[in-house]
Design a protein around this ligand. Structure first.
Ligand SMILES: [Fe+2]
Length: 431
């Protein structure tokens, strides 16, 4: 018996010593990808029931409401500032699209307003009676808070990210591309719409496109962005753009430029000319902060997505435009990890250049990109392959706090954070 206990003790001792050794080598086990979660419609739902409701900003004081119904339904939204009391009504348009053998439901698009800032509205989509939704408009002035997530997808990690975001009390969500990861299978766009509805019906979700939105198949379906353009109508008309793939908007004192990495961006392109004109119209007195958003990152020390034209050639074409306009921050997705660079221009640290941040770690099914260039470039300040989201809290015209939150941490913990000073307040960066 004594010998048996001694043998058992030695086995345990060996195990713990070995486990300790392993722990010292790699104490953090990188979370693996999680499976897709598909959200199906309710089996007994009325065909006119609104699904996939999401909202987006339109100009200074309006909101676009989009939703989908399986059956026929009017494109009307009733709304007001008290629950169940709808003193206002607006009518919009209804469309649909085909993709191979898939026929979409009816896609409704209604712009409501003018709306009061920083106000909770209650609204109902389609015929009476219907479920009541609610949203809050952004504040008219600082402070304001953005949430930023890229490459979201629809997995267990997406759920975790959404849960963390729901506790952040943000005003506007920015998504730098790669939304549903439907990847040609259109019912997954519907599933994604249902998954994000609880949040996307409450706060404006402002998105730009990634490579997963293209969905172009040579000969069979030659039109790109069919589902994306039909489902996620952004306010390009209001910002002088001719394409849903790039546009801009203002929130409080922040001008946000949503660029398109998967459309033309060379110096002769419509996007380039639009960007020049948009930057030229900015009044830094009204919007002291400028944020730009792309999908493929211009600065990236991860092994993933190196040498892609959408990153390198777009950077060559447009980087100096953003630098000369003193853009404060450039957000990107595409690489499934988090990385923050210092202020940089032309691959060199520059106090008047933007801070470049890759935030493509929303939670999609492809998993994390965990290999990095070694050694870490000096301009790369912080990099880590974990799922998470970012918060950009613009406090006033001179100061903003950027924080990155891992999914495995409590939301109150910031794994990376930095206070930024606006370039418009820096005399050394005067244009
Ligand atoms: Fe991507």
């Amino acid at each position: 018996m004594v010998l048996q206990r001694l043998a058992l003790f030695l086995i345990y001792a060996f195990f713990w010593a070995f486990a300790g050794f392993i722990g010292d080598v790699d104490s953090y086990q990188r979370p693996p990808p999680r499976k897709n979660v598909h959200v199906h419609p309710l089996a007994d739902a009325d065909p006119a029931s609104p699904q996939q409701v999401h909202i987006s900003l339109v100009g200074q004081d309006k909101m676009r409401i989009k939703w989908i119904t399986d059956g026929s339904s009017p494109a009307t939204v009733d709304y007001g500032t008290s629950p169940g009391v709808y003193g206002f009504s607006a009518t919009g348009s209804t469309g649909k699209y085909d993709y191979l053998t898939y026929d979409s439901g009816e896609i409704h698009d209604v712009v409501i307003g003018p709306l009061e800032p920083n106000t909770v509205y209650y609204y109902r989509c389609g015929p009476n009676p219907g479920p009541e939704f609610t949203f809050k408009t952004p504040p008219p002035a600082f402070p304001t808070k953005f949430v930023v997530i890229g490459d979201l997808g629809q997995t267990g990690w997406t759920n975790s990210t959404l849960q963390h975001i729901s506790q952040s009390n943000y005003d506007v969500l920015i998504l730098p591309g790669d939304l549903s990861y439907a990847d040609f299978y259109q019912p997954w766009w519907d599933s994604f719409g249902r998954l994000v509805e609880p949040l996307a019906s409450q706060r404006p979700w402002m998105v730009t496109q990634g490579n997963h939105e293209v969905e172009k198949i040579p000969v069979i379906h030659s039109e790109p962005f069919t589902a994306y353009n039909a489902r996620w109508h952004m306010p390009f008309e209001e910002s002088g753009s001719e394409s849903n793939l790039y546009y801009s908007f203002d929130v409080a004192g922040v001008h946000v430029i949503m660029l398109g990495s998967y459309t033309d961006f060379d110096a002769e392109s419509a996007q380039y000319k639009w960007l020049q004109a948009d930057l030229g119209k900015i009044d830094r007195g009204k919007t002291p902060w400028i944020v730009a958003v792309v999908h493929a990152p211009w600065y990236n020390s991860n092994s993933a997505h190196q040498g892609e034209s959408e990153a390198d050639d777009m950077k060559k074409s447009m980087e100096t435009l953003l630098y000369q306009a003193r853009v404060d921050v450039v957000f990107a997705g595409h690489v499934h990890a988090y990385e923050r660079f210092t202020r940089v221009h032309n691959d060199t640290a520059d106090n008047c250049g933007p801070v470049y941040i890759t935030i493509g770690d929303g939670g999609n099914r492809e998993g994390l990109a965990s290999k990095y260039e070694d050694p870490q470039p000096r301009i790369s300040v912080f990099r880590e392959a974990s799922f998470g989201h970012g918060q950009f809290h613009v406090v006033n015209q001179t100061h903003a706090l950027w924080t990155w939150h891992r999914n495995q941490d409590d939301v109150s913990v910031a794994a990376d954070s930095i206070w930024l000073n606006s370039l418009s307040s820096d005399p050394a960066c005067k244009i």
